[in-house]
Design a protein around this ligand. Structure first.
Ligand SMILES: [Zn+2]
Length: 408
């Protein structure tokens, strides 16, 4: 009303009058406004309020123009406080599309305002494996297949997780494979070959990651050297669990949960919502650090579905990963200081979508290989700095762009 009166009768604001008379005249002025003027003013007020609103109010991109506005807004943001990197192992466009249609044409990735494409080749091969793929994301360098955070001369490369630990950030790793498997391993271990899983487990002791969860218990407590690394973690002050549901109740600041001897069961074979729920638990612990945190979450078994040429395996693992993405977005939208990057290390199976209907029934397809392919994979970004992840880029760029945003 006050604003309305100002537009129609600005002189009332410029003269010093008796306050009571003043208010009365303002009221009269508002009453005399035409309907058209009122509509214009309501729109103006709405725009002002919307423009000041939180980022989450603008996350649903409805048109290219909206998306541009969201991007512009995000590029003005300060550096992200937290970074969450989510890797769908073997998650190409076909895997995402199959999950989306099987889920009633909906997927959390649609809420990301920025999408790009990633070239996945490793240092010596067009077709990467997960070790070289994860090393590119963790260290910003291409290396040979099977290498765990070492360069082509087998020299250790400092990972983003190690760098951020040194800078005082909290860090976490979650996977549905063994935590010593190639993707998570490349963030904390340095070994010339991914099969050296006991050595990889030993490297975990050196990093002091706040939270790690997945499978791989045997590499920690049934080792050829007879050592029990889980006992060592207990002595270091970690809460150690082998049942992930129990681990959700932990109040510790450092948490280990190894819920299987090796990889966790398939979601279709009773794994339960380990990945989405443990992601929330990790965020609760990591977010206690005022400096910020780095969390890597891997949907490991989308890749295993591809290797098995099993479209239903792919879809169920894709939807489990989707639930984790949904939970991460919920956190990031409320928090407003978290950069979320979702991508894949490579595509698996050469999956082609040929089956299904618009009702989302019997969605599936065919495969051209039981191995990985070198097709580009998508990258999705949300939060401060998200606009840096559009366009076509090498996989090593993910590391460099995150590091640049963190000003490190
Ligand atoms: Zn694979």
């Amino acid at each position: 009303m006050v604003l309305a009166a100002f537009f129609t009768c600005p002189k009332y604001f410029l003269t010093k009058e008796d306050p009571q008379r003043h208010t009365f005249r303002l009221f009269l002025a508002a009453l005399t406004l035409s309907e058209v003027k009122l509509k214009v003013l309501i729109l103006l007020l709405g725009y002002c309020l919307w423009g000041q609103g939180p980022l989450e109010a603008q996350v649903k991109p409805s048109s290219p123009r909206d998306r541009t506005q969201v991007n512009r807004r995000m590029s003005r943001e300060v550096k992200p406080r937290n970074v969450i990197l989510m890797i769908g192992d073997g998650m190409g466009l076909a895997q995402i599309t199959a999950g989306m249609y099987a889920n009633g044409n909906r997927i959390a990735l649609e809420k990301f305002p920025v999408v790009g494409l990633v070239k996945t080749a490793s240092a010596r091969d067009l077709i990467t494996d997960s070790a070289a793929g994860a090393t590119a994301y963790a260290c910003g360098q291409k290396t040979y297949n099977r290498a765990i955070a070492v360069d082509t001369n087998r020299r250790p490369l400092r990972t983003i997780l190690e760098l951020l630990e040194e800078e005082g950030y909290s860090t976490g790793l979650i996977a549905t494979s063994s935590i010593t498997d190639a993707t998570p391993a490349a963030f904390y271990a340095h070994q010339p070959d991914r099969k050296m899983q006991e050595e990889i487990a030993n490297d975990m002791l050196k990093v002091r990651v706040e939270v790690f969860a997945g499978g791989g218990r045997r590499y920690f407590e049934a080792r050829s050297d007879g050592r029990n690394l889980l006992e060592a973690f207990r002595i270091m002050g970690y809460d150690v669990y082998t049942d992930w549901r129990q681990a959700l109740g932990s109040r510790a600041d450092r948490l280990v949960c190894l819920a299987a001897e090796d990889g966790l069961p398939r979601v279709s074979e009773g794994r339960g919502p380990f990945l989405p729920e443990f992601t929330v638990k990790s965020l609760e612990i990591l977010n206690r650090n005022p400096k910020g945190f780095f969390l890597m979450v891997e949907g490991s078994q989308i890749d295993w579905g591809g290797h098995a040429n099993d479209d239903q395996y792919i879809i169920s693992e894709m939807l489990d990963f989707n639930d984790a993405i949904e939970n991460v977005l919920d956190f990031a939208m409320k928090d407003g200081q978290t950069l979320v990057v979702v991508t894949a290390d490579h595509e698996t199976g050469g999956f082609g979508l040929t089956k299904g209907n618009l009702k989302g029934e019997n969605i599936g397809g065919e495969f051209v290989t039981k191995d990985h392919t070198f097709c580009m994979v998508p990258v999705f970004a949300y939060g401060p700095g998200a606009d840096k992840f559009s366009g076509i880029m090498e996989n090593t760029e993910i590391y460099h762009r995150i590091r640049k945003l963190l000003k490190l």
